[in-house]
Design a protein around this ligand. Structure first.
Ligand SMILES: Nc1nc2c(ncn2[C@@H]2O[C@H](COP(=O)(O)OP(=O)(O)OP(=O)(O)O)[C@@H](O)[C@H]2O)c(=O)[nH]1
Ligand SMILES: [Mg+2]
Length: 330
C-alpha cells in the first residue's frame, strides 16, 4: 500500500465503493508503520465528515446467539431504510494472532443486502488491540455513509467493558439457563448494559420467564447505566424473529432526538478515554522502537531476569534514558 492515494481512496469510500471501504479498513487494521501513516491521513479525513450515527454493541458468551440476532436486526434495519455496518471484535485474537470469530460472522442474508456491510474481526491487530482498531473502523464505516454500526463481541473478561466504551447503546445477551445464577454474570457488565436480552426463548419458555424476572430483580438492586434510562430485560428468539420488535423499539427510544445531546456527551467522555489510551499506546510503541535491541535494554532485561534488579527500577531507568534521548532530539 506504499503508493496509496489516500485522497482518492477517501473519495471512493465516500461515494460508496465497497472495495474502497474494505481497503480502507485493511489500512486502519494494519500494523505496518508505512500503512499507519496512510491510516492516520485517512482517519483525519474521515473525522471531518459530519454525521449522525447509531453505534450499538452486542456482547455475550460464545454461542449465546449474537450473530443470529445481529443478522435479524440488520435485516429489519435495512428494510427500514438504514445503512448497516457490522463489525466483529474478537478479543482472543490478541493471543492467537488470528480470528476465531471471523469465520462465524457469515450472516449470509444480510451480507447480500446492498445497504449492509459486514466486516469480520481483523486477523492482525494494530498495537493496542481490538478496541483501537474497532474505534477506527467505526469512524471509517460512518464516513462511508453507514448510519447504524452493530459491533459484535464475544464476552470474555475485560473486553466487553472495553466494547461498551466505544458504542452508544450496549446490549448484553444471556442464555435462559444463566437465570438461576445471576452471580455467574459479572455485576460490572450488567451495570453498563442498556438492555439485557434473554436469547433462545423458544427452547424453554419457563426457564426464559424465570431468567427475565431474575435479571429484572437483580437490576433493581444496581445503579442504572444512565440516569434517564431504565435497563429493560427482554426475551428474544432471533431464529423466529420473535421479540425483535422489542429490541428495535429499544434502539428507537435510545436514539430518540431528545436523547441526542446525552449521546453526544457520552461520546465526548469516550473520546477523552480514547485519547489517553492512544497516548499510552503511542508512547509505549515509541519507547519500544527506540530501545528495542539496544545494549542498555538488553542489560536491564538480563538483570531483571537474573533477579538482580527489580522490574520497576529497571523500567524507571529505561524511561529516564528514553526521556533524555527525546530531550536531546527536541
Ligand atoms: N433455538 C434457537 N437457536 C438459536 C437462536 N439464536 C441462535 N441460535 C443458534 O445458536 C447457535 C449459535 O448462534 P450464533 O448466533 O452463532 O451465536 P454467537 O453468540 O454469535 O456465537 P459466537 O460468535 O461463536 O460467540 C447457532 O446454531 C444458532 O442457530 C434462537 O433464538 N433459538
Ligand atoms: Mg457470532
Amino acid at each position: 500500500m506504499r503508493d496509496e492515494n489516500i485522497g482518492q481512496l477517501f473519495d471512493d469510500v465516500r461515494t460508496g465503493s465497497r472495495r474502497a471501504l474494505a481497503r480502507a479498513l485493511s489500512l486502519v487494521e494494519s500494523t505496518t508503520p508505512a500503512d499507519r501513516d496512510f491510516a492516520f491521513q485517512l482517519l483525519e479525513m474521515c473525522s471531518n465528515v459530519r454525521k449522525t450515527s447509531r453505534r450499538v454493541g452486542l456482547t455475550g458468551s460464545p454461542g449465546v446467539g449474537k450473530s443470529t440476532l445481529v443478522e435479524a436486526l440488520g435485516l429489519a434495519l435495512v428494510a427500514d431504510g438504514s445503512h448497516v455496518a457490522v463489525l466483529a471484535v474478537d478479543p482472543s485474537s490478541k493471543r492467537t494472532g488470528g480470528s476465531i470469530l471471523g469465520d462465524k460472522v457469515r450472516m449470509p442474508r444480510l451480507s447480500l443486502h446492498p445497504h449492509a456491510f459486514i466486516r469480520p474481526s481483523p486477523s492482525r491487530l494494530a498495537l493496542g488491540g481490538a478496541t483501537t482498531t474497532t474505534r477506527d473502523a467505526i469512524a471509517v464505516c460512518e464516513a462511508a455513509g453507514y448510519d447504524t454500526i452493530l459491533v459484535e463481541t464475544v464476552g470474555v473478561g475485560q473486553s466487553e467493558i472495553e466494547v461498551a466504551s466505544m458504542v452508544d447503546l450496549f446490549l448484553l445477551l444471556v442464555l435462559p439457563t444463566a437465570g438461576d445464577d445471576v452471580q455467574g454474570i459479572k455485576r460490572g457488565i450488567m451495570e453498563v448494559a442498556h438492555a439485557i436480552l434473554v436469547t433462545k426463548s423458544d427452547i424453554d419458555a419457563r426457564a426464559t420467564s424465570i431468567a427475565v424476572s431474575t435479571y429484572s430483580s437483580a437490576l433493581r438492586l444496581m445503579m442504572p447505566s444512565q440516569e434517564d434510562w431504565e435497563t429493560p430485560v427482554l426475551r428474544v428468539c432471533a431464529t423466529q424473529n420473535d421479540g425483535l420488535v422489542g429490541v428495535l423499539e429499544i434502539i428507537e427510544q435510545y436514539f430518540a432526538d431528545r436523547r441526542r445531546t446525552h449521546i453526544d456527551e457520552g461520546r465526548k467522555i469516550q473520546r477523552t478515554d480514547w485519547f489517553t489510551q492512544a497516548l499510552q499506546i503511542e508512547l509505549f510503541s515509541a519507547l519500544l522502537h527506540n530501545t528495542h535491541g539496544s545494549e542498555f535494554m538488553k542489560l536491564l532485561k538480563q538483570q531483571v531476569i537474573d533477579g538482580g534488579l527489580p522490574p520497576s527500577v529497571a523500567v524507571h531507568q529505561l524511561v529516564s534514558h528514553f526521556k533524555i534521548s527525546i530531550t536531546e532530539r527536541l
